[in-house]
Every structure is written in C-alpha cells, then in structure tokens.
Write a protein that binds this ligand. Structure first.
Ligand SMILES: Cc1cn([C@H]2C[C@H](O)[C@@H](COP(=O)(O)OP(=O)(O)O[C@H]3O[C@@H](C)[C@H](O)[C@@H](O)[C@H]3O)O2)c(=O)[nH]c1=O
Length: 376
C-alpha cells in the first residue's frame, strides 16, 4: 500500500532545533515524496524566526505545501478519518491520547514512529528500529534514529541541497553578493570569514582576543542574539566593530535557506545543537561543534563519540573542540588557535571525504519511508 498522509508532532522544548528539523522533514516529505503532510507544532513564534512566513495567530495554515497546525491541547474529537498513514512523534513527545485511540481504530493501523535525536554513540545501532507495543491498544511504535552509520537512519538531507551548494560555491560572486546583503565589504571578502552559532557559555571572548591579534584579517558573522554578551562587549552594541585583525558583524537571524548560504559562504563555521551541526557537514567546510549541554556532562561523551568518528586524523580539531565545549582546559588559546588554523586544509579534505561517506547512507526522510513500506 502506498502512503498518502503523514502527521508529524513537534514540541519546541528549547531553541530552534526541534522545529528546524521538523520543518525540513515536513517540507521534504511533501515536496520530494508527494505526501500530504500535517506538521503539528506548539510554538509558532519560534517557528517564525526560522520561517518568517509563519503567522503566529493562525490555527491552520499552508506553508510550502505543508499544512501547519497550531498544537495546543486538542484532544477529543479525533476519529480514524483524522489519522494519517504515517504518524511521527519527534523526540518522544506525547501525541494527544484521543489521536492514539483513533489510531487503534484504523484498518490498517498507521505506521507509528518515535524519531529520536542524533548521536554518534554506538548504542544507537542496537536501538534503531526497535519496537514498543502499546500497553493497552493493538498498536506498535518504532524507534527511528538518525545517525552516521549504515545501521542507523542516516542524516537529514534534501535532494537538491548538494546541487544548490555546488552552484553557489562554484561562483565567488554568489557568496560576495549574499554577504553584501549583511554589510560585508569587498575588502572583508578577502579575510577569513567565520560564522558563529553557539550556546551562551562558549568561550567566545577568549577567542575574540586571539583573533584580534591574528596575523591576517578575520571577519566573524554572528546572527543576532548569539553569544550576546561577548558580542556586545566587542561591538559596544553597534552592528559591527573592528579591533586589530578582527571584525565582528551582527547579522539578523536569517531564514533557514539563507542560513545554509551563510555556511557555504564562510571559510569556517561554528555550529551547535543538531540541525546546524548537520548542515555544516553538508557545507563541505571546516566546522566546530558546540554541543547542547546535558546533565552530568553526558554531552562530553557524545562529543567524543563524534570526534572519534570524524576527527581521528585531525588532532587539532579534536583538541580545539574539547576546549570549546569545556571538556578540556585551554591554557594557551593563541597556540590552540594557531594549531587549528594550520590544520584547516586537512579539515576541508576531511569534510569532502565525510560527505561521500554520509551520502552512501541515503537520507533520513527517505530512509524512514523505505522502512515504513516494509511494515505494511
Ligand atoms: C543561526 C540561525 C539558525 N537557523 C536555524 C538552523 C537550524 O534549523 C536551527 C538551529 O537548530 P540547532 O542547530 O539544532 O540548534 P538549537 O540550539 O537551536 O537547537 C537545539 O535545541 C535543543 C532543544 C535540541 O535538543 C538540540 O539538539 C538542538 O536541536 O535554526 C536559522 O534558520 N537562521 C539562523 O540565523
């Protein structure tokens, strides 16, 4: 049986990653796979920051071929006719009990997924595609894990992402025109261009100090609100400031497609969380990951697991990433940065090699549908 409808339930726990990932997947299932997708999301204001077309007061709206529904406390009134062929809860959200009751009345039952977060840890392979029967109803949920190996669900990637990136990066004028929109001058285009997206606890001020004293110019492009304290201390609240070799420019928080272009246009990208971390891998440029912090430094284990897969031959990227995430103490930022900078050409080569490896695993949206098809 072919699938026609897909419902995806997203709660915004924090920041933009939850809705960022769900929005990409929803669009991809609609555009590339022809599914009628409904994205249920509880926080339209966060959604609007990455997609300015979102109307925050609208109950149901059509965006990019997706039906977006404001998910509040709707529970009663669901019937089997309301249930999609594929139902996905993102990060173990509790979908409305009334909807689950309606799922149990469908014939055939919908394919039900819990889509989990991305981690490079090995245990994921053992949990990917595991089932969880409902304690009372005749329904089975399947766990689906994105990941970096063939025994996981792969990474999120739209079919047109790679051709778009290659077209953009093959013409230097594209990056210049794009960055000019944010005030980057032709002279600044010749500098090392860095995008900065991190959590507030990143040691940004220490890095700015090193960059001020660098031998060649560096332009750091920071979306508004990111590393606000350190950026304000540097710029004095202005849109941009230059001290020594470093220029810091504050950009507006851009729409999602423009964020990709920013990554493509820069020489080095500092990214965070899950979605920008994956986009940086597709950008084919050196990147540093600031991982989402967790209790008991669980995130340091996850960071090391990724570095072991990605950076075994890149000791300075590994060292710098550990410092950046507070997993090791940095005595000398100048030396740490110099060593990192010297390694950047190898990082670029590794980025290309890694992309080829990741491409071989297919993409998350397609892999989920292929697995769903085996369940019917
Ligand atoms: C900086 C920037 C980001 N973005 C987008 C890119 C991504 O889709 C999104 C940011 O998501 P992330 O990179 O994942 O970082 P995040 O910190 O916003 O989200 C995080 O939220 C936590 C609750 C999750 O547990 C984390 O795993 C992670 O997803 O914002 C823009 O559209 N424009 C911008 O200017």
């Amino acid at each position: 049986m072919t699938f026609r409808r897909l419902d995806l339930f997203c709660r915004v726990v924090d920041n933009y990653g939850d809705i960022g990932i769900c929005w990409r997947l929803a669009r991809q299932w609609a555009r590339e796979h022809g599914l009628a997708v409904t994205l249920w999301v509880d926080d339209l204001a966060s959604f609007q920051r990455i997609c300015p077309e979102v109307e925050v007061d609208t109950e149901t709206q059509q965006l990019a071929g997706v039906t977006v529904r404001h998910w509040r406390s709707q529970d009663g009134g669901f019937t089997p006719a309301d249930v999609a062929d594929i139902v996905i809860e993102f990060f173990a959200v509790d979908i409305p009990p009334g909807y689950i009751e309606a799922m149990a009345q469908c014939e055939p039952r919908p394919v039900w997924f819990n889509l989990e977060g991305l981690t490079a840890e090995e245990w994921v392979e053992g949990c990917h595609r595991l089932t969880s029967p409902h304690p009372r109803l005749k329904l089975t949920k399947h766990f689906f894990f994105p990941g970096f190996t063939a025994r996981t669900g792969g990474l999120l990637r739209e079919a047109d992402l790679e051709p778009q990136r290659l077209a953009f990066q093959s013409q230097a004028s594209e990056a210049a025109a794009f960055l000019a929109r944010f005030g980057v001058t032709p002279a600044e285009m010749a500098a090392t261009k860095v995008s900065l997206f991190c959590y507030p606890h990143a040691p940004v001020s220490a890095l700015f100090e090193v960059w001020q004293n660098a031998a060649a110019p560096i332009v750091c492009l920071v979306p508004e609100g990111v590393a606000a304290e350190a950026v304000h201390a540097f710029t004095g609240g202005q849109a941009s400031a230059t001290r020594g070799a470093l220029t810091v420019r504050v950009l507006p928080f851009v729409a999602q497609p423009d964020y990709d272009k920013l990554l493509w246009a820069c020489d080095l990208n500092f990214v965070r969380g899950e979605d920008s971390f994956v986009r940086a891998q597709w950008a084919g440029k050196p990147f540093v990951w600031h991982i989402y912090p967790q209790d008991e430094n669980l995130h340091h284990k996850k960071l090391r697991a990724f570095l072991q897969r990605y950076a075994t031959d890149l000791p300075n990227l590994t060292a710098f990433s550990l410092y950046w995430n507070g997993a090791a103490a940095m005595d000398d930022w100048t030396a740490g940065w110099s060593a990192f900078e010297r390694e950047m050409p190898q990082m670029t080569l590794r980025a290309a090699e890694w992309q080829q490896q990741m491409l071989a695993h297919g993409d998350l949206a397609g892999n989920m549908l292929a697995f769903a098809a085996t369940l019917r």
